[in-house]
Design a protein around this ligand. Sequence first.
Ligand code: NAG
Ligand code: NAG
Length: 487
Amino acid sequence: MLRAPGCLLRTSVAPAAALAAALLSSLARCSLLEPRDPVASSLSPYFGTKTRYEDVNPVLLSGPEAPWRDPELLEGTCTPVQLVALIRHGTRYPTVKQIRKLRQLHGLLQARGSRDGGASSTGSRDLGAALADWPLWYADWMDGQLVEKGRQDMRQLALRLASLFPALFSRENYGRLRLITSSKHRCMDSSAAFLQGLWQHYHPGLPPPDVADMEFGPPTVNDKLMRFFDHCEKFLTEVEKNATALYHVEAFKTGPEMQNILKKVAATLQVPVNDLNADLIQVAFFTCSFDLAIKGVKSPWCDVFDIDDAKVLEYLNDLKQYWKRGYGYTINSRSSCTLFQDIFQHLDKAVEQKQRSQPISSPVILQFGHAETLLPLLSLMGYFKDKEPLTAYNYKKQMHRKFRSGLIVPYASNLIFVLYHCENAKTPKEQFRVQMLLNEKVLPLAYSQETVSFYEDLKNHYKDILQSCQTSEECELARANSTSDEL
Ligand SMILES: *[C@@H]1O[C@H](CO)[C@@H](O)[C@H](O)[C@H]1NC(C)=O
Ligand SMILES: *[C@@H]1O[C@H](CO)[C@@H](O)[C@H](O)[C@H]1NC(C)=O
């Protein structure tokens, strides 16, 4: 590992208070975190959906393959009989849209460099010049693909889950694993990397073969399940393709918090403020996160922002998730009913088989999707719901909001349902229990805060969704009655 360049005290054009804060945080970083994670940025907690998994689960920094067991997980007389996991793909490249914006920004800085011959008017270290020289290593072909770090995210997750639930991931169950994936290459690649991680679990020390050569068939592509949002007419019309649905996101981009950052960045980089906009600022911020997550380097792009800027930019990202994937519109979460029901069909079947003393036909179900798959489902279940909506105008009020996408859906995030069969149960109802894990930590029930539920109670709590939410109806446009059937 490289020594952290971030530990050199940097002179910057930041105001004194910010500089002091940066100094303090860089001291703290250097003394406490440096040996483990030399490139962690003080901005890392604010990267939203571009957050590294280990920033949410810092225990992994010391040993990403070492099993870590949440003490709340059931053990003893209750044995896990089935696991249904929804997994977001691992770390990925920026999308082509982001890459083009970054190139635009980079071009702006380079043009500026040639204009004044690269000499800084202030004589101090010129961040704009440093950025103009910093390599732009992202090319269009990378377009959102899984990176090597992303494969590692998946292999390591596989190893940890296999050690945490050894009976479920036993060799004899290997042929009964079921993998389902979104058709996007980053998800298909994630499922393949996960399988390679499992292979390592069964054959430690041996290099894993190509997935095609494993005894195991390739994962099944199912976009109706993993990309339900692409198949929901009402969502597409009312939200996805609706120019006004993200009103609050657009309003925040031109609001006072973002305008302050725009002015500050324009001054720091010595470019005309009119050449900048919120999208370019956001891509600069993301580039700090991409350089960290993909390249493992602390990029000068991180030096453009202080923590207060980062909090504003995190809010911008969360606003978009909120209105497009979360509580902003009911259809966002209702469009995931099919996926929710699918999970319970697996659990039902396992309960039934167990009751008949039959072997569980699918002890492990692994479904690979997107942040856009997980957020609607968690919203459907009532998680991370704030009392008031996130809007363009309540940034300050929402400082302590629950809906922080970086904590919920970082790269490789996962929501796992564990079904247990319990011996010595006094009643049939007490035989089957469920725990949920979000990012490997027990997720208390949204309605009771308890860490475990009887399966029957859980189903009962969600009976509206299980019984009365039919995608065909939910996703039908209100004005309906057109004869066209898009799908
Ligand atoms: C677009 O979104 C706005 C705001 O939610 C809503 O009032 C309008 O009806 C939507 N338009 C369509 C075509 O659904
Ligand atoms: C479609 O139109 C028919 C007849 O005009 C009506 O009975 C039916 O309820 C309508 N369906 C919907 C979904 O609006």
